[in-house]
Design a protein around this ligand. Sequence first.
Ligand code: FES
Length: 584
Amino acid sequence: MTTKPKPETGLHKGLTSYGDTAFSLFLRKAFIKAAGYSDDALSRPIVGITNTHSDYNPCHGNVPDLIDSVKRGVLLAGALPMVFPTISIAESFAHPTSMFLRNLMAMDTEEMIRSQPMDSVVVIGGCDKTLPAQLMAIASVDLPAIVLPTGPMLVGNYKGEVLGACTDCRRFWAQHRAGTIDVAETELISGRLCPSVGTCSVMGTASTMACIVEALGLALPLSAAAPAVHADRRRIAEATGKRAAEIAISATPTPCALITAASIRNASIILQAIGGSTNALIHLIAIANRAGVPFDLKAFDQLSREVPVLLNLKPSGAHYMEHFHHAGGLPALLRELAPLLDTTAPTIAGQTIAEIIADAEYVSNQDVIRTLASPLKQEGAMAILHGNLAPDSAVIKHSAASPHLLQHTGRAVVFDGIEDMAARIDSPDLDVNPDDVLVLRNAGPKGAPGMPEAGYLPIPLKLARQGVKDMVRISDARMSGTAFGTIVLHIAPEAAIGGPLAIVRTGDNIALDVEARGIDLLIEPSELARRLAAWQASPPHREIPTRGYARLFEDHVLQADQGCDFDFLLRDGRVKPDPSTASD
Ligand code: FES
């Protein structure tokens, strides 16, 4: 391998502007030598490594270990590792919600990669919004890049039962609300749900995004599921560092060479087959947009009819991420889905998907990765709905819904926002029945703001105590990927900008028909139009932020069906043509 940098590589890249490039390089070297670097080290290709470690983010608690391993790999391959900090976002510590901050992290990561000299970059992330932000960033910069997920946490145990965050968090909390678990027991359980650092151990958003990263070909094989504290995770990190050095030298492939119509379709198939998080759909749209690849919601919905759920993980199934790793991880799942995938798609490993499948481990006597002949569910994880309530779309994760509610008409019980819901949902005076449809509005991208994971409306206390476990719930909010229930999400356009959800009244009837992909308010079109006109005539509907990031978010965030990115961050003018319509 040659280690002599060409001009415009390594330390020569992106010189600070002083009006004298030779002086800029001289000054840069003088300052970096303060850290003890030799001329030999400074002549190497540079691999940037993001540091998203934060005391607020236990999902990234292993990042220092992973950085050590990545650096070892980079050095073994003869390049120079340079670690730099970016924003870190932890789900349960982000106010008002992590989604509000995702685009900020994407901008921060993008600009830090652009502004510092590096020939390739390793982005290390894990908690829900971090991998999406990093993927959006690397697609925009389009510098050779490789992704390293932090990996899932280990499973916990309680009273002889295997459990994990956060599907079981919700199950136990529902039992607490129903009065079968007291406060003291919830304290005990909170010490058992997360027994190690790493990301949630079920198929929540973090695990879903890690699988999508691997399916897109942006991470090495087995990167998605190896537990955060497993030695395999560190070996993958070392191999990631070595590969990052190789792509730094070869200057290829770039992320946009890998994020193509074929790999987005492969990732969509994986999203359906793993029973993935609905949040991941928003992120995948945003990532595709950043790479200039059209994302077709209709085609995505069609996949939901063609791709069965094969992965038997909570919340759709029974097992946890570490079991997925022991069953062969994503390469073994890719093998089962091979007839549906474009296996010619290249990956950052230098192999095609077909070559990765050929190397996949075969684990007999396991029930985690099902076959096409024996799926967990015949249809994919999530369906795209349309109707007069969701003209631009809504989504339902029907793999985690109650089958008897998938076709349901009920009376609307409307909450005007999250505060209204919190104030009234448990009131003994709330007029609500098990067959009603709970409606939450003003919880979308602009409404809340940041589209919080409030779509998992709790079952009203008086019904929970009667043993009601599920009801149809609809909103313009998101839902944690770890949650379950018959829940319609991401209604677009959102109520806060005058989507039809804004004019639903308690007592109206709402029809959900997942088979027909419909979500409708059962009122006359003329009445719908009259109510919408009246809504538009009565602003202000909410307080508009006046300054700072909140104002930027308000002015530029797109709706859920467009990925909730900022309009000015899309890859304008670089949309790749739809292959089915492109001419020679
Ligand atoms: Fe970080 Fe679940 S809270 S991955």
